[in-house]
Design a binder for this molecule. Structure first.
Ligand SMILES: [Cu+2]
Length: 305
């Protein structure tokens, strides 16, 4: 019996082969679910909007440039260390200045930077405004420590979104520090203008899969846009240090079909009928409330219904 057939008949080998065969499926299943940060994650979360696809391309291009520069500098250093080591080159040259080299090490970096700018500036402008007509608008307002969402095109539908308290998340089978009581629901494929405002300190609405990050500031409305390319649940976080409960104001976005979105709007209008109608005044008395405690109370009330 050759070593191959002995290997094939060994039980541990069969298990190993089965595990190895299952690995790609496991990895791809993980990729398919990877709309949030994972332990041991390498690279960025999968892109879900045109802006994020463009960001990925720019990132990959920059990675090539950075790698080439690093290898070039490393090569020069190694060459100098070997070629001009003391044993081989006991008397150091006292030469200074070399016009050609000085011009080159000024001009080449400038050319590289101009090249990077040529590819990154269009992306900045692309992120700035919806190309063409927006299908709808979502207004996001950051508070210490929760988010308010408004849908001006859906009759001013508005509601607050709190993190599910850590102590309840496990009981409810929810994701710790990520799931919220009222997620944002958005239609897949629609061009959505997203306006980000603030009510107290600076927050930031950050959705990695969407390539979206806008500061939420008092007295200013920041704008960008998203067009989500697939259904699913996407997670993000406030990524501007905003106070003691900064880690406890996550973002949960449900991307659904246009039909499901229309149905959700009808239900949400009933559910949030008592909320202030998009005037932005909802937050006036709420600014200094303790987000997590209030979230817990709201959650308990929702469970009792
Ligand atoms: Cu914040």
């Amino acid at each position: 019996m050759g070593w191959v057939s002995r290997f094939r008949t060994a039980r541990w080998a069969q298990k190993l082969v089965a595990a190895a065969a299952a690995l790609p499926a496991l990895l791809f299943a993980r990729l398919a679910l990877a709309e949030e940060a994972h332990d041991w994650q390498l690279g960025m979360q999968p892109a879900a909007t045109p802006i994020r696809h463009w960001i990925d391309q720019l990132h990959d291009g920059l990675l090539v440039i950075i790698t080439l520069i690093t290898l070039f500098v490393l090569g020069l250093l190694l060459y100098v260390m070997v070629r001009f080591r003391e044993s081989r080159n006991p008397v150091a040259s006292m030469t200074t200045h070399h016009t050609l080299i000085e011009v080159l090490w000024t001009v080449i970096p400038v050319v590289i930077l101009v090249g990077v700018a040529i590819f990154s500036f269009p992306l900045l402008y692309y992120e700035d405004r919806v190309p063409g007509q927006a299908d709808m608008t979502l207004k996001v307002t950051g508070h210490q420590w929760y988010w308010t969402y408004e849908y001006p095109d859906q009759g001013g539908l508005t509601f607050d979104s709190y993190m599910i308290p850590e102590e309840d998340a496990a009981k409810l089978g929810k994701k710790r520090l990520l799931d919220v009581d009222n997620p944002v629901v958005l239609p897949v494929g629609a061009k959505i203008r997203v306006l980000v405002a603030g009510s107290d300190v600076i927050h930031s609405w950050f959705m990695p899969s969407f390539g979206f990050q806008e500061y939420s500031m008092v007295g200013r409305i920041n704008e960008s846009w998203i067009q989500i390319d697939r259904e699913g649940t996407f997670y993000g976080q406030c990524n501007q240090i905003c106070g003691v409960n900064h880690p406890f104001m996550p973002i949960e976005v449900h991307a659904v079909s246009k039909e499901a979105f229309a149905k959700w709007v009808v239900e949400a209008k009933k559910k949030f009928a008592n909320n202030d109608n998009g005037s932005g005044a909802t937050v006036a008395g709420n600014d200094k409330t303790e987000g997590r405690a209030e979230g817990a109370v709201r959650l308990a009330a929702a469970a009792a219904q």
